[in-house]
Design a protein around this ligand. Sequence first.
Ligand SMILES: Cc1ncc(COP(=O)(O)O)c(C=O)c1O
Length: 420
Amino acid sequence: MSINISTLLESRTACEKADAVDPLRNQREDFYLPQGLIYLDGNSLGPMPKKAFEHLEKAISNEWAEDLISSWNNAGWWKLPQTLGELIAPVVGAASGQIIVSDSTSLNLYKTVYAALALSEGRNVLVSESDSFPTNLYILEGITSAQQNIQRRLVGIDGDSLEELLDDNVAVVTFSHVNYRTGELLPIEELVKKTHEAGALFILDTCHSAGVLPVELDKWGVDFAVGCTYKYLNGGPGSPAYLYVAKRHQQVALNPLSGWWGHASPFAFEKDFQAAEGILRFQTGTQPILSLRGLQAGIEIAQTVDLQMVRKKSQRLTQLFIELVERRCGNYEVALQSPTDPEKRGSQVSFHCLNGFSIIQALIARKIIADFRAPGIMRFGFAPLYVSYTDVWDAAEALTDVLKTEEWREERFQQKHEVT
Ligand SMILES: Cc1ncc(COP(=O)(O)O)c(C=O)c1O
């Protein structure tokens, strides 16, 4: 049965019927999700895969408690960054030997920007988007402050488009695949082509796309990529990020954080640094093994699903939510911030509302989890593996009710927390 939006918009029953024939309906069983919870925040932290319990249990009880240091060899701890990188590779369209899982996205961005700069002799400009996730801007700012000869140009501030900012001085262009605030999905292959035509290298941030839509790092010609694993890859809070270096750069690209894990012979304990072969040189120091062990289950789920199918459902979920909210909440000064064209939208829908923070708190009290990004953006993430059409219907109904009754004005929903 093909599922179309106009049918879904008719009634909750229509949504239930669509859920009953959804080919992804059984995937929800892979996750631990508290009863009665509608989780629309997988774009911030994915839920726990049930298998992660098993992996972590084993890592703690057997590998750490019983086997201790022998687990570096016997349980494959030392090679985990590489092993997990190989598991992520097909999920983001990368052939073998180009990915490691290690450190955070922020750190990996730093490593890749420096590596790309070193490959672009005679060029000194970094280009990014003014609406990048702040850490991306801060990392570039850190580099330009430390090295006065390097400059940063931002689309949205220094020019209106990438084309306007490209010239012979540009060394590196770094963009996010999906904007964290609006959910806008960028045409990466096209941007990479323009970047290469200008003689620069392209670094892609896939934090909001890896695991929820098709990513083709090799096919698109991306030079370097980074991405979180705790969002749509469901790796757990603070699970290490991934880093991709295209094979063609691996012989010459260098990691500026040249620690012992990236050494050619780490256990020779030599005085001088000699970079390891290939992607391994992008490691730096000892990794959080328990976090890495918690991550494997999430990647395995992403590996087994058909991401084209996930994408189709994601487009229907986001479209359904937009249309339901626009029909019901039009009078409440709730303004869509995400692209109306499903092809230009990631798996997230954002609405602006002045009282967005309190509205989100009121939804959370009703067990509908979404989040808020200042100033005024309400973000709703739709991860097709565990979000149903009925969830979307119920979330839109609840949002309407919170606005209509002005429940969000209650004192308890004004309380600010450290994390929004
Ligand atoms: C697009 C984007 N880039 C980078 C980051 C930063 O990741 P980390 O805190 O793991 O360094 C985030 C975090 O949410 C993000 O959304």
